[in-house]
Design a protein around this ligand. Sequence first.
Ligand SMILES: [Zn+2]
Length: 339
Amino acid sequence: MNHFTSKDIWQGIILFGLNAATYKMALANSLLELSSKGMTEVEWEVLSESFLKQYQKRLATTKMPQQSNPSRLTVMERIVASLQSKTITYDEAVNRVGAKGLNDVVPRFQTIGSNKDIVDEHFYEIDFGKKIIIKDPLLSFSSQDREQLRSELLARWSLLEGAFSISTNNIELANDIREIYLLTGYERTSLTANIPFLSGYQGGICFYCGEPLIDSIHVDHVLPRQVLNHDEIWNLVLAHRDCNLLKSDKLVGPHFIRKLIARNENIMGSNHPWKHKISTALGETPKKRARTLQRHYDNVKKVLGAYWWGGLPSYNPSSDPFYKRLITVINNPDIGVPR
Ligand SMILES: [Zn+2]
C-alpha cells in the first residue's frame, strides 16, 4: 500500500467511510492549520483549543446536526453551547475538549474505514493526553495542496451534515425537496457548487486528460445533456475548460464510461446525501449500476451514432492516475488494470 502518496492517504481518510460524526473533519482542519505553521510538537491543550475553535466557527454559522443520531448532541456541541451560555469559562471549555472531545478522534483519525494498517502513524504520533508529534508527510504538503485539502474537507463536512439531517427527517419529503432542487437547478451556477467534493472522488484530476485540476474547472455531463436532459450527479464530472470544449456534446469512448462507473462507486463508498439518489437512478448494487449506466450509454449511442471521442491523443487509460488512487482501489476491488 505504500506506493500511495500522502495526499492520497489523506483523501482516503477524509473521503472514505461512513462517518458517524463530523469529528474527523474538524481534526483534519486543525491538523492542516497547526502543521502549516510548522509545528512539530503540539501540546494537548493547544490541540484542544484548535479543535474547539473549529466547532465554534462551524456552529456559529450552521444549525446542522453533527452526528448521525439526531436526538443527541455531540460532546463538542454541548461544550460550545455551555460556553455560549457562559455556564463554563473558556479555560474549562478547553479542558473539557482535552478530556472528552479529543479522546476518540485522535486515535481513530488515522484509519480508513476500519482499517488502521494503511495509514498507521503516517501523519502523527500520539503521546495520549500530553501531545501529538506531527510527522513530515503532514508538514510537507504544499500550500496549494493544503488549500485543496481544506476545501475538500469543508465540502465533506457539509455533506455529512446534509446526510445526518436527511436521516433525521422524513426521507420521502427530503427526496421531494431534492427533486425540486434538481428540477430548478438547471443553471450553470448550480453545477459549480459541486466542484469541491467531485474533485476528491475523481482523484483531483481532469476526468478526460488525467492532469491535475487547477484553474478554470468545468462541470461536464459525460453523457450529453442534450440527450439525457438532466443534471444528475452520476453523470457529472470535472474537466479542464479546454478538455471540456474538445469533448463538447460528443459521445465518449467506452473507457470513459468504465471510469464514470468507478467514479460513481467512489461516491457510493461514502456517507454522501446523494448516495441514495445514485442508487435510485442506477441500482442498488455495483453490478446493477454498471449495467444501467451502460444502458444509458447505449441509448445515447442510438441517438448520436456510434462514433466516439476517446480523449486527447496523449491520454491513455492504463496510465491514468485515477485508477491508482486509494479511494478508487478501495471502492472498486474488482477493477483490474484498465485497457
Ligand atoms: Zn484535461
